[in-house]
Design a protein around this ligand. Sequence first.
Ligand code: F6P
Length: 355
Amino acid sequence: MKIGMLTGGGDCPGLNAVIRAVVRKGVFTYSDEFVGFLEGWRGLVEDKSMPLDLEAVGGILPRGGTILRTSRTNPSKHPDGLDRCMAALEKNKIEALIAIGGDDTLSVAQKLHERGAKVVGVPKTIDNDLGGTDYTFGFDTACNIVCEALDRVHTTAEAHNRVMVVEVMGRDAGWIALYSGIAGGADVILIPERPFDVDKVADSIRQRHERGLYFSIVVVAEGAKFSSAEPGQGAPVLQDMGKDEFGHVKLGGIANILAREIEKRTNYETRAVVLGHIQRGGTPSAFDRVLATRYGLGAIDMVHRGEFGSMAALRSNKIVSIPLLEAISKNRVVDNEMIQIVDGLFEKSAEKHSA
Ligand code: F6P
């Protein structure tokens, strides 16, 4: 078969491992031919592609980013965008398309499926917020990057008797903050799923000081929200008023505001660190290299089983095929059960502080 592939949305380590696995199994097992469309859906809207053969994927397993590059292009926002995608598939004689991306990318894949395109999705995002799968690749690498950063922040916080507020990505889900906060031994973990009262955060930091622990580490998700009457009560902090082609705002900046509010209440020296796109860069972890490879192998098998309009998903450590609609219908956020479990890690203050 002649098969197209693309990587869309925010990049993450592991994308090249998926591409490599699809091409290797496709060539070795099915004698497939591959075409890589460039820069996400833009590659189909503008018909920009490159041949993908064994040589093209040689040595890309450990490389971050994506050899096909990516974008947040939404064909529905371009004149006849979806028609142009269908035309590009026809012009290039593509018999099936493998789309690697998050909910935005896969929502476009679903639209093309509804127009008759033979599409298989692979779940990708550092946010780990895609429904229908236990883990997306990129998440583990991001958590390792944050955990390493927290270990480094710990030593400077302790040296200066400071409170360090570390802002992490994750969009509207707190998975990165929660997992890396646990792994990095954070003293306070703030996630979008549970708006927080900054007075209670200050109380719990004060309690540490009263126990002779003159430094604290606060991990805050970029989408976390103040609950009480603080700046932007109940709404996330935005970098600016811009939105991308899928309508997403640009989250970011809560760490600086929170650091100021903590210092105002405790009079402890407080500093903010925003990890930003470092969480999306560099080589994938071993876990993500294996998971991404498994997703790629699963996807090419799904193509040859004719399971279109589906996404490869990880369920209890098995790669299975689920409907795309199930994956994109609802984002997976941190559930209350997980929040209760993690709460057990923290001292119960007289005033219960938010996790
Ligand atoms: O979805 C992945 C992600 O890194 C989010 O965690 C973050 O909010 C967003 O992408 C940043 O988007 P961009 O790379 O377009 O600035």
